[in-house]
Design a protein around this ligand. Sequence first.
Ligand SMILES: [Zn+2]
Length: 225
Amino acid sequence: MMEFKVSVIDRNVFLFSFNHEADVRRAWDRRPWSIKGEHLILKKFRAYLSLNEVDFSTIVFWVQDHGLPLNKQSKENIFKIGGFLGRTLDVDLVGSRGGVWKIFFRARVEVDVSCPLYAGFPLDRDDQGLPMLWVPFKFEKLGNFCYGCGRLGHDLRSCLEEESQRIVKGNVFQGNYGNWLCVENNDFQPGFSPKVLGKLVPTEGDREVGRSVQKSNIVEASLRN
Ligand SMILES: [Zn+2]
């Protein structure tokens, strides 16, 4: 049981004070935290700092990569894949229990809270003469987020993006996001399955997928071998 005191500093800003250093470490290591599904951006604070100096623009998640081919399964690659989402802090071959084949890997990534979450990335397999493989991500401890624009901090109904409003009004069956991004949900993004190799050519004009393709292309070359 962790012992701490909470004080309200500002609107939506709280100060958690701990009596024991071990509790601070425990709280820090178990990031991210959420309150009733809303993300709590946890930052370390020292009394000599001004509140303005605390950077609340990033949040840390463990992100799982599912269905990565055997020849891409290395610590180095997981580190690079984490880089698609933000800054990789750590990698973990958690899926490696027993046997060579890993069900999933995970990277601890510092993500910019103002950017949409990434749902996965396309792995180029041109050198094998195979179509691109979509490698879906799943986020651990992912709380509420917008199923329209993929950003944290608001829900679909209060989203200002035009496309989100189209989803709300029912003109669009499904957005690019859903709770399949959470590890608690065993499903994957509809249309993309890590079990179906090759079924992953991104839809033309699909903004989200298009953006992922662009971003990963930069790093793809170094993922080839
Ligand atoms: Zn939104």
